[in-house]
Design a protein. Structure first.
Length: 353
């Protein structure tokens, strides 16, 4: 890496840290003015911005003693920040972060052991499988392709049904994908290919795909937005973002490839060092409730509580059946190595966050 690139990375890091400080200060100031008898609880999250308002409103109704202070970042940024703050954690709760990241945080000794009473009612794969129980799943999202049908038809291209069909020369420069260093969706796509194809074949596939990729974007939604606007033909994203774009009138097909897709779940956990453990446990109890899951179902087709999901009518009915068998422990153990190798191979096309 050149000195200029290293300097640019340090500058971006400083700017990112400054943005975090400003965001946290603004939220704390607003909370102090409105809280009254409420106790401020700092929550780190990677959920979409529009979801925060819905969850915040539900949480405040259920627990009027809580003043939630939300600090949002992409999955990679939140994960790295929590690890960087290991000696002096700043959050009370992680609410809506990838389970593979929570496995890493648990291994680092940052999470409190706690299983909410409602966890027993949740679908099995949303429960922390490794004692001591420390995180609880909320919803799941899976890899999908936002395929601009209008632009594809004009180019004489058919909708892909298999991942390898994205390698066609007709899609050169017409594929956008999330950067897995920043995006949980990007990481689930990469980890999914490496697990389902095998590592050698998975990297070979990504080498070939890279020839068609125009850019690696800083969020899981961005490639789908790009496809919806016609900037690319295929945007690799996640299922509900694709379905939402289509429901809003975008000329995109929602494609979940037949050969299986990687997936991830958002989950909640308590930081071991929180000064408000009792209140944090009540937040997690609510997060595992049917009421909370009904809020998650406004954004996700797959949620933890049984019989709560209500996907959009245009959501692919076969999507959940095409989720591969993810190995969360393998993902956590290999995340740093995978990201280093991905950056070495494809980082030149990564757009900054």
């Amino acid at each position: 890496m050149t000195g200029g690139m290293e300097g640019g990375r340090r500058l971006r890091g400083l700017l990112c840290a400054l943005a975090w400080i400003i965001s946290a200060a603004e939220m704390a100031w607003a909370g102090a003015g409105a809280a009254g008898e409420r106790t401020p609880i700092t929550i780190y999250t990677a959920i979409e911005t529009e979801q925060i308002a819905w969850i915040d409103a539900g949480l405040r109704r259920a627990l009027p003693e809580v003043e939630p202070l939300w600090i949002r970042g992409s999955t990679g940024v939140i994960t790295d920040r929590l690890l960087a703050e290991a000696e002096r954690p700043q959050a009370d709760i992680v609410f809506g972060l990838a389970a593979s990241s929570l496995v890493i945080l648990k291994q680092a000794g940052l999470l409190a052991a706690y299983e909410p009473p409602g966890a027993a009612q949740l679908r099995a794969f949303f429960r922390d499988p490794t004692p001591p129980y420390a995180w609880t799943g909320m919803d799941a999202y899976l890899g999908a392709i936002c395929f601009n049908s209008g632009r594809a038809a004009a180019a004489g291209l058919l909708p892909p049904q298999l991942w390898r069909e994205l390698l066609t020369p007709g899609l050169k420069g017409q594929v956008a994908m999330p950067n897995p260093n920043l995006s949980g969706t990007g990481f689930l796509l990469v980890a999914g290919w490496l697990q389902s194809m095998g590592e050698a074949a998975g990297w070979a596939y990504m080498d070939a795909l890279d020839r068609n990729v125009s850019a690696y974007l800083p969020s899981g939604s961005a490639p789908c937005h790009a496809a919806a606007r016609g900037e690319v033909i295929a945007g690799l994203s996640f299922d509900m973002r694709a379905a939402t774009e289509k429901a809003n009138g975008a000329p995109v097909d929602v494609i979940v490839p037949v050969d299986g897709v990687g997936w991830e779940q958002e989950a909640i956990a308590i930081l071991r060092t929180t000064p408000h453990p009792d209140l944090a446990r009540r937040v997690v109890d609510w997060a595992a409730s049917r009421e909370a899951n009904e809020i998650y179902a406004r954004s996700f087709a797959v949620v933890a509580y049984p019989d709560v999901s209500s996907p959009l009518s245009i959501y692919p009915p076969h999507a959940e059946a095409r989720m591969i068998r993810n190995d969360r422990a393998w993902e956590a153990a290999n995340r740093a190595r995978i990201l280093r190798e991905w950056t070495r191979r494809y980082g030149a096309k990564a757009r900054p966050g």
